[in-house]
Write a new protein. Structure first.
Lengths: 224, 224
DNA sequence: GCCCGCTTTGACGCGTTCTTGATGCCGGCC
DNA sequence: GGCCGGCATCAAGAACGCGTCAAAGCGGGC
């Protein structure tokens, strides 16, 4: 139920943590370097990351940044360095906690519990449904009446942003900057084309949308 | 903007933290013991708690429990005790982080940032109501007796500015410059047209407005 | 090198929204 | 009482935003 990604370059520590964490009820995924960590985070459903900063292939801060680019999974940093600067840098890069070696296993377990307790309740339902279609945010799948609907990358980006803000008005600028970048903030025409596309694929009556609504002059709204 | 409750029984530390945190942009509320801390947490809008475990009147763990009974505000524990057991107990009692003395101010600030970053996105959404209608500022929705009312962009801009200043007089210039731009600061006619429009949409008796009031020669006022 | 799917761009019709002018009302002031 | 400034209301043309269709770039896979 609770999956931990452990990133450390020393095989013994990796093994020790794997055994101990598993003994305490965690599923453990391991990675010996930064690249493997970033890959593992995308291919597994990770609940919390334990990250050693001293990796051979890349700076630990870059690993944090790489994760924070797309996920808010809790990150607990392990480090042999006690300096205040190291702590500050790691936390500001997006880490949630910083533990200096040597540390007691009890303490790490407690910090793991604290981290997953915070993240636990937020378990945002990665599945949004309407009477007509269902969007699986985690797996990037859209079903219409149970039938999968293919989405192009751009279509998906637009749809995702709308669906992640159910009932809320999403301004045109928000959509354009999020999907195409700040330079396209005024290319509202793009939105019309893609909203039409999404409606054709998802709405029962594309000309009279029930869920992908236009707020003239303001933006668009997803109505669950 | 960000209010910190600092709990410590040593006046010097309290003072030092107050000064330093305030210098870094935090509002600081202090409490010298556990009872005062629990009281302060209820009477102030606290965003994060910094709690020394060594209090004269009650066990720090009980303070944590007392807070966790009704709030999920982040708690950062300060302690002179390095023992693993202390860390485990505090975290399992509901603390979010555990820092051992002596600690660098930089580190505390970084942990404060990390804590409020996690809690930050929960932005309570503002919702303004009158007997006649309700304005949902976050979602840009206006309800009149539960029925959504469509607003044009300009109508919404005017309404938003008024509603964000409930009971306060908003001058014509303020409205004009905010909605149409500084060049239109004297086009008071625009205001009359749009106030009439808003009243027609929102007031029970548009000719005798109860909430969107005119202050002749000065501006307009939203009365909740 | 070619094909195919995706993205970008253009053109058009339509409905809505903004702007502007005209008119009448009210209260204060001379 | 008459004048005047500020306000409310109504109406109409202009400007804008939206949806739609279609065709032209663009890039990756084969």
């Amino acid at each position: 139920m609770n999956t931990v990604l452990v990133v450390d370059d020393e095989p013994q520590i990796l093994r020790a943590l794997q055994i101990n964490l598993h003994a305490h009820g965690y599923q453990v995924v391991t990675a010996p370097n930064g690249a493997a960590a970033l890959l593992a985070a995308q291919t597994h459903a990770i609940d919390v990351v334990v990250l050693d900063l001293g990796l051979p292939d890349m700076d630990g801060l870059d690993v944090i940044a790489g994760l924070r680019g797309w996920t808010e999974v809790p990150i607990i940093v392990l480090s042999a360095r006690h300096g205040s600067l190291d702590v500050v840098e790691a936390l500001d890069a997006g880490a949630d906690d910083y533990v200096t070696k040597p540390f007691g296993l009890d303490e790490l377990l407690a910090r793991l519990r604290a981290a997953s307790r915070r993240a636990g309740p937020q378990t945002a339902e990665p599945l949004v449904s309407t009477a007509e279609f269902t969007v699986d945010l985690a797996n990037k799948i859209v079903l219409r009446k149970g039938v999968p609907v293919r989405m192009t990358p751009t279509e998906w980006s637009v749809l995702e942003l709308l669906v992640r803000n159910p009932g809320r008005l999403v301004s045109q600028q928000q959509l354009l900057t999020a999907v195409w970048g700040p330079a396209y903030a005024k290319e509202t025409h793009y939105l019309r084309v893609y909203m039409a596309q999404l409606r054709r694929k998802l709405e029962r009556d594309p000309a009279n949308p029930a869920h992908l609504l236009t707020e003239a002059g303001m933006g668009y709204r997803f109505q669950p």
